[in-house]
Design a protein around this ligand. Structure first.
Ligand code: BEZ
Ligand code: FE
Length: 281
């Protein structure tokens, strides 16, 4: 018998087409995706023109992707989808440092530096001492933790956004903790910046009356054997975009002190401890 595809039976018609013996997780995920996608079209009574505009938007988004630019992840970020997936995958006990969005500007293989070294190679910006400990949930120091850090420069650009103007490793480095769990490095007090907004995602934000800015932050990727990987930032507390981060990455526990220093080696000092959770927890 020929089963007609109708508005009413659309989900079952598509989902029962999947073969026997396929990966059960793939079946679960695809069935839910079809269910929600069809429910979306039904709820808004999607017009043919809107469907075409959506396809055109996704096409341009894909065309802009390259080794250096990932417009689809940016789309996921501004829709809050990246942070939702991050939250689902990083439920942590009270006291543990919270995760936040990874972002597109991390570069693998940053140089390992000596504790206390300066990561700002262009000498621009307001110098800041970042310092603290990597500890477990009981406050015990974690030895051998790799603290991989990266930030924008004083003009709001990451080194990878300006390959002709900045050293690849400007404002980047890895610091490995000793027995006391301490880390310490000199960088700059980060500044806020707009996410790349010259593509379809930027156009979409403008159409929605949204700004593209992220509040000033320092990125940290902290790893240690036996502990869950921590991807996080520390935020500058008085930033004007703190309440409306374009990618929803702000968590109040991640707002760090930035203390103005008199007569010190740096203009600012930002103390912050990272609390890691064992892998088994
Ligand atoms: C970042 O913090 O580097 C970032 C995160 C999401 C989108 C764009 C940039
Ligand atoms: Fe960033």
């Amino acid at each position: 018998m020929i089963g007609n595809f109708t508005e009413e039976n659309s989900v079952e018609t598509v989902n029962t087409r999947m073969g026997d013996g396929i990966d059960p997780r793939l079946r679960e995920v695809m069935a839910a995706l079809v269910r929600h996608l069809h429910a979306f079209a039904r709820e808004v009574e999607l017009t043919q023109e809107e469907w075409e505009a959506g396809i055109a938007f996704l096409t341009v988004t894909g065309q802009l992707c390259s080794g250096e630019r990932q417009e689809f992840i940016l789309l996921s970020d501004v829709l809050g989808f990246s942070m939702l997936v991050d939250a689902i995958n990083n439920r942590r006990p009270p006291g543990a440092t919270e995760n936040t969005v990874f972002g597109p500007f991390h570069v693998d293989g940053a140089p390992e530096r000596q504790m206390g070294d300066c990561i700002s190679l262009d000498g621009k910006g307001e110098s800041c001492l970042f310092t603290g400990r990597v500890i477990d949930l009981h406050g015990e120091p974690i030895e051998g933790a790799r603290v991989d850090v990266w930030s924008d420069n004083s003009e709001g650009f990451y080194s990878v956004q300006q390959p002709d103007l900045q050293d690849k490793w400007n404002n980047r480095g890895i610091f490995v903790t000793g027995a006391d769990g301490r880390y310490e490095f000199v960088g700059i007090k980060p500044v806020s910046y707009p996410i790349p907004d010259d593509g379809p995602v930027g156009k979409m934000l403008a159409a929605l009356g949204r700004h593209p800015n992220r509040p000033a932050h320092m990125h940290f990727l902290v790893t240690a054997p036996g502990f869950q990987r921590l991807v996080t930032h520390t935020f500058v507390g008085d930033d004007r975009w703190l309440g409306s981060d374009a990618v929803f990455g702000v968590k109040s526990t991640l707002v760090a002190p930035f203390e103005h220093v008199r007569d010190g080696r740096t203009e600012w000092r930002s103390p912050f401890d990272f609390v890691l959770v064992p892998v088994s927890q």
